[in-house]
Design a protein around this ligand. Structure first.
Ligand SMILES: *[C@@H]1O[C@H](CO)[C@@H](O)[C@H](O)[C@H]1NC(C)=O
Ligand SMILES: *[C@@H]1O[C@H](CO)[C@@H](O)[C@H](O)[C@H]1NC(C)=O
Ligand SMILES: *[C@@H]1O[C@H](CO)[C@@H](O)[C@H](O)[C@H]1NC(C)=O
Ligand SMILES: *[C@@H]1O[C@H](CO)[C@@H](O)[C@H](O)[C@H]1NC(C)=O
Ligand SMILES: *[C@@H]1O[C@H](CO)[C@@H](O)[C@H](O)[C@H]1NC(C)=O
Ligand SMILES: *[C@@H]1O[C@H](CO)[C@@H](O)[C@H](O)[C@H]1NC(C)=O
Length: 195
């Protein structure tokens, strides 16, 4: 009987402790937006189904938490066109302190063989004549979160999706009309399926 009460209060304190911990830190998700995109090449050659690309992005990460810091231990930017993967760029790991903003600058350049459906090829041709391409960039992380002095284990939150409309830059024209684009929500502290 006494063991039951010890067990019972143990659980109760554990839950209460977790709740107080949550109240103290109240973590807010990091916000991601793409503030600049420079696309100097985006050619799909239908003869050898090869995409030649050259895309540079400025991605801004804002950690607005007062007491929570994030160690980004593995950082990857992954680019897709018409839902087909074409490039992955690894970036240097870094620590983002509380109330801080970090700018990432991935450069995608090279060529990749892509198997586009005929429908996607005609869509590519339409985008080519309009000069604006729909490119999807996803950010993949392995992170550790720091709550005050306590650090979590390393884990992999869901990828962050940035669906972009990128105009082709004509000869060094920097004011090319790219509009700042918010990425989808991050789920570093909460479960995506919970809400
Ligand atoms: C993107 O980053 C580069 C290099 O840091 C900077 O020169 C440029 O002004 C940035 N663009 C924007 C829109 O912040
Ligand atoms: C594809 O091949 C044809 C015939 O060889 C050529 O005329 C055409 O310019 C090529 N297209 C591209 C995009 O290189
Ligand atoms: C495909 O053709 C383009 C243009 O002719 C060339 O630049 C590229 O290297 C070719 N790619 C492959 C994989 O052969
Ligand atoms: C890609 O574009 C940048 C300018 O944004 C340029 O400096 C670089 O040489 C280009 N790379 C290739 C392979 O064309
Ligand atoms: C925010 O980041 C900058 C540059 O990375 C650094 O100098 C500054 O100390 C950081 N601030 C905090 C509160 O961590
Ligand atoms: C740069 O692009 C903008 C928007 O497309 C255009 O209004 C401007 O005239 C261009 N400037 C140059 C020097 O080509």
């Amino acid at each position: 009987m006494c063991c039951f009460w010890i067990f019972y209060f143990g659980i109760l304190f554990f839950i209460l402790g977790g709740f107080i911990f949550w109240l103290i830190f109240l973590p807010k998700e990091v916000e991601f937006k793409v503030t600049d995109a420079k696309l100097t090449q985006f050619d799909f050659n239908t003869n050898n189904t090869t995409l030649n690309y050259n895309l540079t992005l400025n991605i801004t990460l804002r950690n607005s938490n007062k007491k929570v810091g994030i160690y980004y231990r593995r950082v990857e930017a992954i680019a897709f066109y018409k839902k087909k993967w074409f490039a992955t760029v690894s970036l240097t790991p870094f620590y983002q302190g509380h109330k801080n903003t970090t700018i990432l600058r991935p450069v995608f350049e090279g060529q990749q063989v892509l198997w586009l459906k005929p429908r996607d090829v005609s869509s590519f041709n339409a985008e080519k004549s309009s000069g604006v391409y729909s490119i999807d960039v996803k950010l993949s992380f392995k992170i550790r979160v720091r709550y005050g002095k306590f650090k979590t284990l390393r884990y992999k939150p869901p990828k962050i999706d940035c669906p972009l409309q990128v105009p082709l830059s004509s000869n060094g024209n920097s004011t090319n009309g790219f509009k700042t684009t918010w990425c989808d929500n991050a789920y570093f502290f909460s479960d995506r399926n919970a809400d």
